[in-house]
Write a protein that binds this ligand. Structure first.
Ligand SMILES: [Fe+2]
Length: 182
């Protein structure tokens, strides 16, 4: 399987926007945490998270290619089919079948909600956040409106309620607060 370093090199070679790289690192961290919680492979789930937006800058003007181009870019590389399926599911090209598919679809949008919450928190840091604070921001529909609430609420498909999901996600992102500069 593609190593974490090889995947990170691909991310850095294909994504020039710092915030986008941070986003992929955040999704990776939460994917690993949720995988651990369900006894799934942290490396596999983390790989899907790290690579899920690899084509983002190339498909910004052709969103129907988002995800599909990533699969093409990964074609000659040793990336397991489950990870590719999850990447396609997150872009809406496949139904959410596996636990990993369901996880990536709710984790992708929650990262934006948490970053925006941290920026408006008095501490200006992820470490200062708790699940209640993020839960309140979640209910404010106009706050970080780009963070799709319905998709975030899909954590119920994992058997997690919102509070638990925010707790795990905040903890995972706190673990890489230096990389996220938050
Ligand atoms: Fe994403």
């Amino acid at each position: 399987m593609l190593s974490r370093q090889e995947a990170l090199d691909l991310v850095n070679a294909n994504l020039t926007k710092k915030n986008l790289v941070k986003h992929t690192l955040a999704v990776e961290a939460i994917m690993r945490a949720i995988a651990a919680r369900f006894g799934e492979s942290e490396d596999l789930w983390g790989l899907a998270g790290l690579l899920h937006d690899l084509d983002y800058e190339q498909t910004m003007n052709s969103p129907e290619r988002h995800g599909r181009l990533t699969i093409e870019m990964l074609e000659a590389l040793d990336v397991p089919a489950e990870a590719k399926d999850a990447i396609l599911a997150h872009a809406g090209h496949r139904a959410r079948n596996s636990l990993m598919d369901k996880a990536i679809c709710c984790i992708d949008p929650v990262t934006g909600l948490i970053v925006a919450s941290a920026l408006m928190h008095p501490s200006k840091s992820i470490a200062g956040l708790d699940a209640d604070f993020v839960g309140k921001r979640f209910k404010e529909k106009r706050f970080a409106a780009g963070a799709n609430r319905e998709a975030i609420a899909g954590c119920s498909e994992l058997g997690l309620d919102l509070h638990e999901f925010f707790f795990v996600s905040i903890e995972a992102m706190s673990g890489i607060s230096r990389e996220l500069e938050l």
